[in-house]
Design a protein around this ligand. Structure first.
Ligand SMILES: Cc1cc2nc3c(=O)[nH]c(=O)nc-3n(C[C@H](O)[C@H](O)[C@H](O)COP(=O)(O)OP(=O)(O)OC[C@H]3O[C@@H](n4cnc5c(N)ncnc54)[C@H](O)[C@@H]3O)c2cc1C
Length: 484
């Protein structure tokens, strides 16, 4: 076992909340910390950018946590800027707006009786079929999980279209884990009980059950807090520094190659005190990190890395002539008539993010890099979004004073069937490198929120500080988030 003070040099890859939190802790502890970030600013998915007096986030970043320690930390860090607020959301469904997440009762209440009866019949028929077809009740995919519990008809009406729009792939290719984690009601019986007895099921986005917070000037305030602390403690953040290659030798990362503008540059850990005295904490997409390794991992690890992908998002920002658009700050759209999954009125999160008398709507369009949505110009996307909004009386185009877009390549990990085996293969390989730990939302390919990323940053820093063990086993880091 190496002595505790040996790991005094730290490389952090990625300046999102997770990487920054780890870097901040270790810089405060007196280590030499170097952070590499591809973008010109810190924050990752949790940035806030300013344009013409408007502050924009990449979608709504409502902070809620089941870990009081993280909320307590953010409260101390941001002080009175960490606002507690009442988050409310609805979903546009069959021409009406219903509270979101759908807690069961609303769905049935809003369907005509004949449709509800058809749903019940299809559910019953599924049960009969399952008696004679043993494999019928195997879950495995999102689609099967829902059909087994709610019936085909109900799946076709609600779950199927919404899920395909959100994840950008057919639900038959999506792991049943997504359904298990994200559907509040467990089956049709629960749903009917919900209608009859008005029972409530826990869901992390059920605004009645969690306390919600938001930084006054946008979620980017969290990254700003960490970045300022890192620099004040003598740490270094290299922006516009895109890591391209990670060289290893004798079971350790020894060199990091990156591109800064037109320049190819290298951080040579061997030359700067010896690779054995450095540790590398990466929050980069784990599949991309694996493909950067030199020498390359075995073919099965590379194949696993190539088999993981992410949903991308185009954010269309609509700047309005007034302070409010809808009854609630967040409106979801399940039906395919609407190209967007969600619209957020950011001025309702915090008035201080907007110029006086104005607000901005953030419209989220799920896509894949290079597809028709990703490549469309702003005017085309504006027309696609405005058409159905106007047709349904939700928003008149004369209220939109200006609009622009921003694109995010890695928005959500796509939890395709079999994704766990692929992550396992990659992480097992990374475990053979004694000075590397992967964590964060992209680093563990998980549905981590800001509070999770921060919590992981604390955990990883603590392990480096106390040298209990490195690398940190993934199962220990994220037992609640990854099912193996
Ligand atoms: C649309 C949307 C809505 C969300 N809503 C919420 C919400 O309501 N509440 C909530 O708590 N969370 C929300 N989140 C999640 C939150 O944004 C993330 O949990 C958080 O940012 C993850 O932090 P991270 O540090 O793990 O990763 P990231 O923030 O993704 O940071 C990773 C960093 O690595 C950098 N990087 C990647 N490749 C390279 C490279 N080759 N070289 C150098 N740098 C590289 C990236 O530029 C990025 O800055 C949302 C996310 C999205 C996309």
């Amino acid at each position: 076992m190496e002595s505790p003070r040996q790991l005094e040099r730290i490389v952090v890859l990625g300046a999102g909340p997770g990487g920054l939190c780890a870097a901040w802790n270790l810089a405060l502890d007196g280590r030499r910390v170097v952070v590499f970030e591809r973008e010109p600013v810190c924050g990752g998915q949790s940035i806030t950018f300013e344009r013409g007096g408007f502050h924009y986030d990449l979608g709504p970043h409502n902070i809620h946590s089941q870990r009081p320690s993280v909320i307590g930390f953010l409260g101390r860090a941001l002080g009175s800027d960490f606002l507690e607020w009442r988050y409310r959301a609805q979903i546009q469904f069959r021409g009406r707006r219903v509270n979101y997440p759908l807690l069961g009762s609303q769905v049935l209440q809003f369907l005509p009786w004949a449709t509800s009866a058809a749903c019940a019949a299809s559910f019953g028929w599924g049960r009969v079929l399952s008696l004679f077809t043993p494999t019928f009740r195997d879950d495995g995919t999102y689609e099967r999980w829902v059909v087994n519990r709610f019936g085909r008809r109900f799946y076709d009406i609600f779950f199927g279209p919404y899920t395909e729009k959100t994840w950008g792939i057919p639900p038959s290719q999506l792991s049943d884990i997504v359904a298990r984690k994200r559907i509040a009601v467990r089956n049709l019986t629960d749903l009917i009980k919900g209608v009859l007895f008005k029972t409530t099921h826990f869901h992390p986005e059920n605004t009645g059950l969690v306390t919600n917070y938001f930084p006054r000037l946008g979620v980017g305030q969290i990254a700003d807090h960490f970045a300022e602390g890192i620099r004040r403690a003598g740490g270094e953040i290299r922006l516009n520094a895109s890591v391209t290659r990670v060289e290893t030798r004798a079971g350790r990362v020894c060199r990091i190659r990156y591109r800064q503008g037109e320049e190819e540059a290298v951080l040579d850990l061997d030359a700067e005190g010896g690779a054995e005295n450095w540790c590398v904490l990466t929050t980069l997409p784990v599949n991309e990190f694996a493909q950067m390794l030199d020498p390359a991992p075995p073919e099965e690890v590379l194949a696993a890395a190539r088999g993981l992908d992410f949903t991308s998002t185009v954010f269309l920002y609509l700047n309005l002539d007034s302070t409010q658009a809808f009854e609630v700050p967040v409106l979801y759209f399940s039906e395919s008539e609407f190209p967007q999954t969600r619209i957020t009125d950011m001025g309702r999160f915090s008035r201080d993010m907007m110029p006086p008398g104005k607000t901005s709507l953030c419209v989220e369009l799920t896509c894949s890099v290079g597809d028709d949505t990703w490549n469309a110009d702003d005017a085309t996307l504006f027309e696609r979004v405005m058409g159905p909004l106007e047709a349904n009386g939700l928003l008149a185009r004369r209220r939109v004073e200006s609009y622009h877009t921003r694109r995010l390549r890695h928005a959500y990990p796509r939890f395709r069937v079999g994704y766990q085996e692929k992550i396992r293969a990659i992480v097992d390989h990374l475990s053979s490198l004694s000075n590397v730990t992967t964590f964060g939302r992209q680093g563990l390919f998980c549905y981590a929120n800001v509070d999770d990323a921060i919590w992981m940053g604390f955990q990883v820093a603590k392990h480096v500080q106390y040298r209990e063990r490195l690398p940190l086993p993934m199962d220990e880091l994220l037992p609640d988030y990854i099912d193996f």
